[in-house]
Design a protein around this ligand. Structure first.
Ligand SMILES: NC(=O)c1ccc[n+]([C@@H]2O[C@H](COP(=O)([O-])OP(=O)(O)OC[C@H]3O[C@@H](n4cnc5c(N)ncnc54)[C@H](O)[C@@H]3O)[C@@H](O)[C@H]2O)c1
Ligand SMILES: [Zn+2]
Length: 368
């Protein structure tokens, strides 16, 4: 393990309502206790799977007399529900947590979103930090303050903006991540490059082999650049009233694919990768992106594959898209890249255009 402080980067996040740092590097868990804001009592929310793998390293910096109290949430989207928020809040109350306690959300995006939401509402708000353990959580979900849970009616329909006091992204945690989870997170980094950081995109275009073999320096660059991009966007538009919407490149069709496959078949990042291909095709059809740029983005997405196939009809995807549209104030937004490193939001994609893009996509899914 490395403890070299020089290999640890600090990325500032400054929004209208919060100011904090994201610490990225190797070996951060070994110094975690000393980096945490000091509180009377610390609670860790994690999953049994992650705790089995990483509790020893996680606890290595905590002194015997100041051990955190550990709460568990099982892995899986079906556990991202209000019932578990109530159970966890009751466990906090039983352990006498109060507003001066600290919650540490240690896990992937589900633990991060649920931990953040629990912290947002327990006693009307307590402090928390994020220790993201998946690539997706490190490059995306742990930054920006969106927290929440799912309803039967849809994903993330309940929640709150509640920023952490800090984010500690230890790259070593990614050593135990499956290849599939790693790739799923990398699709969000490709997205980050396409919409706002041409240098990050070029790096990912040229270095797929090193990144996929988890070369530490390559991963560090990708993670830091992705976080910087997101920090910059949420700094300008915290509440998603404008610019932040470009983070949804690939997410309109991606969300429909997730819903139509009941959140079981694909990882979020994989659905977003398919969704980016559909959005690129819409861009090609409208002429908002050159064929050369669209092909480069498409080739890069496929280089981080394989993308698992799924079996749904165009009608099922259109239905899911209409339900999603209803949940979003009747507006269906698409993010169109304009070249590489720049994107804009459009709201006037017609059903006819969407059906054409979906049919094009489904032909690719069946024969990648
Ligand atoms: N708040 C936001 O802005 C935001 C943004 C994007 C996604 N999200 C949310 O994030 C969630 C998805 O997050 P995710 O992709 O991290 O999934 P996840 O939290 O389900 O984790 C994926 C799997 O990886 C395992 N895992 C986690 N860390 C590990 C490690 N270090 N080694 C081995 N296994 C490990 C988990 O146990 C789980 O099985 C979704 O619910 C999505 O809505 C939120
Ligand atoms: Zn996403």
């Amino acid at each position: 393990m490395r403890y070299d402080e020089k290999s640890v980067r600090t990325i500032p996040v400054e929004t209208a309502s919060a100011k904090y740092s994201v610490i990225v590097g190797n070996g951060i868990l070994h110094t975690l206790y000393h980096r945490l804001p000091k509180r009377k009592q610390a609670f860790v929310l994690t999953s049994p799977e992650i705790w089995a793998l990483w509790s020893k390293q996680f606890l290595s910096s905590f002194p015997k007399e100041d051990q955190p109290c550990v709460l568990f949430l099982h892995a899986g989207e079906r556990h991202k529900r209000l019932g578990h928020v109530e159970r966890l809040a009751s466990e906090l109350a039983a352990a006498r947590a109060d507003r001066s306690s600290l919650l540490i959300a240690f896990g992937g995006g589900i633990i991060g979103d649920m931990g953040g939401f629990l912290a947002a509402i327990y006693m009307r708000g307590m402090d928390y930090v994020q220790v993201p353990s998946t690539l997706l959580a490190q490059v995306d979900s742990s930054v920006g303050g969106k927290t929440g849970a799912n309803l039967a009616a849809g994903k993330n329909l309940i929640g709150s903006f509640h920023h952490p006091l800090a984010v500690f992204a230890d790259i070593d945690l990614l050593q135990t991540l499956s290849d599939r989870e790693l790739r799923a997170g990398l699709f969000e980094s490709i997205k980050a490059g396409v919409i706002r950081d041409a240098r990050l995109f070029r790096f990912m275009e040229r270095n797929a082999e090193a990144i996929l073999r988890r070369d530490s320096r390559a991963l560090e660059y990708v993670i830091s650049a992705s976080i910087r991009m997101k920090a910059n966007i949420v700094g300008i538009d915290e509440r998603e009233s404008g610019l932040r919407m470009i983070l949804n490149f690939g997410h309109t069709v991606g969300h429909s694919i997730e819903a139509a496959t009941h959140y079981r078949k694909l990882r979020h990042g994989e659905a977003i990768a398919w969704g980016m291909l559909a959005a690129l095709q819409l861009g090609r059809m409208r002429g908002t992106i050159s064929a050369e740029h669209a092909d480069r983005v498409e080739r890069t997405i496929l280089a981080y594959g394989p993308l698992p196939s799924f079996n749904v009809s165009a009608e099922e995807l259109m239905d899911a898209s209409s339900r999603d549209k209803k949940n979003r104030a009747g507006v269906r937004r698409f993010v169109f890249p304009q070249g590489i490193g720049n994107a804009s939001v459009v709201e006037n994609v017609t059903d006819k255009e969407l059906i054409a893009a979906i049919e094009w996509l489904l032909a690719r899914v069946r024969k990648p």
